[in-house]
Ligand binder design. Sequence first.
Ligand code: 3PG
Length: 208
Amino acid sequence: MIAADLFDLAPVIPVVVLDDADAAVPLARALVDGGLPVIEVTLRTEAALAAITRIAAEVPDAVVGAGTVVRPQDAERSAAAGARFLVSPGCTPRLQAAMAAQGLPFLPGVATASEAIALLEDGITAMKFFPAEAAGGIPYLKALHGPLPQLRFCPTGGVGPGNAADYLALKNVGCVGGSWLTPPDAVRGGDWDRIRKLAAEAAALRSG
Ligand code: 3PG
């Protein structure tokens, strides 16, 4: 699998923050059942790596990856835990090298044309656009498409049910990411039905 393949698996990548690794498997099953098999578990909690390991072992239909990869060791630990892809909110040469060294598809984060061009110099054409809304949103991505038509983005940060379809309609958007699929109260309360429904609504968003 290469990074661009992630775009074909689902229109939306749920960005998940998990405080309790015990919630990981039922949460992942709800997302997969709803039609969203690609799941980004952010390395923002102690439970994240254990959650990745459990999803990788127990939910075979999920493609679980690590998000919020910001240090080289985050890339190594995520790969060791069983992550099948890596996502970073921004990128530096060291972080890029560490992610590439894992042999996993990765979506490095960019917010400017120069950052995107730096990755393109290394042959990277699939990337995360973060923070999408704050960095210019849909008009910015449209403007990038002119000079950089070979790039495909996963916009994340401020993307939700109200604007996801508009992002997905852009030529240079491969999929979108966001935390709206997993409201903290639903995760804490084990409301997997609600999460499955949110996932199903998002899975139906794929643009034509
Ligand atoms: C991310 O890490 O991609 C973002 O924190 C998700 O942003 P959102 O909460 O606005 O969806």
